[in-house]
Design a protein around this ligand. Structure first.
Ligand code: SF4
Length: 261
């Protein structure tokens, strides 16, 4: 069981959960569809700038699955579902055309991203842009770019599992709005969340995974986060191979086997 599912079950008071091996083999496939239950917090833009305590008290409740892209961004801007809301200067929401076949999901915003309020700025962002350009893709025109976690994590920059879980529904709704045919998971946090696994990037990359979001099957290709590639340039060639695999998938020329849910 992954730590994300483990945390969710714990939140619901359903742990410990024991499943006999024979029964586990017969379990149905897991769908990552958007949960219809979430009562969340879309807010008027003016409220986003309001003091935190006021935001906590004043947000109206609407079902997550009814939120437009703008309403979702406003709701995320007012979100207080995990402790990262206390240290953030602003949330970092995804951007790009809607709907669009290509979606890139990173782990979480860095300091520069938080300053600018958009994902993948600075040197890692430029590396991503350069690799996209090699594929004849451009941000804002051909791809939607976002993060698994919408607030910056101070210190190491790697979000805690509890924050990833708290932020999960925002990403699920975002995916439902983007309607991608393919998601490229950039980094371990994004990959493990999207694939519900604890496996490292090295064992997930180089293959095609398939998941169901909001009733739609979406292929997922995993690769390293650009910031990691910059620290470990020996992985640049593999990262490029992964993006080429993604391009072949969308152009229908890939011969890679898709790993189902
Ligand atoms: S990280 Fe996500 S869940 Fe946590 S406060 Fe920010 S938007 Fe909300």
């Amino acid at each position: 069981m992954s730590r994300f599912r483990d945390l969710a079950l714990k939140e619901m008071g359903l742990t410990p959960l024991w499943v006999p091996r024979q029964a586990a083999a017969a379990l149905p496939e897991v769908s990552h569809a958007v949960l219809p239950l979430a009562e969340v917090l879309p807010v008027p833009a003016a409220l986003v700038a309001a003091p935190l305590a006021q935001r906590r008290q004043s947000v109206p409740h609407l079902p997550l699955h009814l939120l437009t892209h703008d309403a979702l961004r406003d709701a995320v801007a007012a979100c207080t579902q995990c402790g990262l809301c206390d240290s953030r200067r602003q949330t970092v929401f995804g951007s790009g055309p809607l709907p669009v076949p290509w979606m890139f999901v990173g782990d979480g915003p860095g300091e520069g991203d938080e300053d600018e309020g958009r994902p993948f700025t600075g040197v890692p962002g430029r590396l991503l842009d350069n690799m996209l350009a090699e594929l004849d893709l451009r941000r804002g025109r051909d791809v939607y770019v976002s993060n698994a976690v919408k607030c910056r994590t101070p210190g190491t920059g790697r979000p805690e599992a509890s924050s990833v879980l708290a932020c999960r529904d925002w990403l699920m709704r975002e995916i439902a709005l983007v309607q991608p045919r393919l998601i490229v998971a950039l980094g371990a946090v994004a990959a493990q969340l999207l694939l519900d696994t604890d496996a490292p990037v090295g064992s997930l990359r180089g293959q095609v995974h398939r998941r169901v979001f909001d009733g739609r099957a979406v292929d997922i290709v995993v690769t390293w986060h650009p910031a990691y590639v910059l620290r470990k340039l020996s992985e640049k060639a593999r990262s490029w191979d992964d993006l080429c695999l993604a391009r072949e998938l969308l152009s229908g020329t890939s011969v890679a086997q898709t790993l189902p849910v």
